[in-house]
Ligand binder design. Sequence first.
Ligand SMILES: *Cc1c(COP(=O)(O)O)cnc(C)c1O
Length: 231
Amino acid sequence: MSIQQTTAELLQKVHTLSNARRDYFSQLPGVKVLAVTKNQESSAVRAALEAGITAIAENRVQEAVKKYADIKDMTEWHFIGHLQTNKVKQIIPFCHLIHSVDRQALAIEIDNAASKLNKCQDVLMQINVSGEDTKFGLPPGQAIQMARFLTSLHNIRLCGCMTIAPLVEDMEETRPISRELFYLFQEIKSLQLPNAKLEWLSMGMTNDYPIAIEEGANLIRIGTGIFGKRH
Ligand SMILES: *Cc1c(COP(=O)(O)O)cnc(C)c1O
């Protein structure tokens, strides 16, 4: 199937799933589909944008910078990969939302780089809900302390949480992970921290996005479900 067709079908499914949660999403921005463009050429990215995608997510700094040079502000750019502190300043000028803030040193670097550009950088905290050692992210038990730290920085705005569920055959197995992040997100919201705008819950990929939306995700990150298998 073409990128055009897979994207149209995906957006239709997402629309149906989010309609089923209309009451919940009336309190938050509706579900936004991010096209994850790792290993894809700029031409594939353009095709996804033409098919109705409104935001792009990259997980490598080099690729993000290169594609941004081609595509610029035709879309919104999200960063979802592990971020090294020495690369932060390359993405701040164009990054709409950084999903992968998982340590204080990284937050301080983002705050500094954003301050030099007179920008307030929107970020999510990445939480390692599944506890797999192959995954980055904060343990859930450290999330509140980190939320307090992030909201003490002036050039960062905490906007929500992100997690990566384990890759499993039966997507139903990811439900407890999504549900736990949803509860953590509610708990952080209830703290009413100053300078925060807690409105995004980033979870759900090609294999588990229907469950993630049922459990309250409003940012889903889709790679193979749009572009097909990665080479
Ligand atoms: C690659 C990637 C995705 C997309 O994965 P698919 O299974 O291809 O949809 C989502 N989130 C992150 C952090 C990724 O690295």
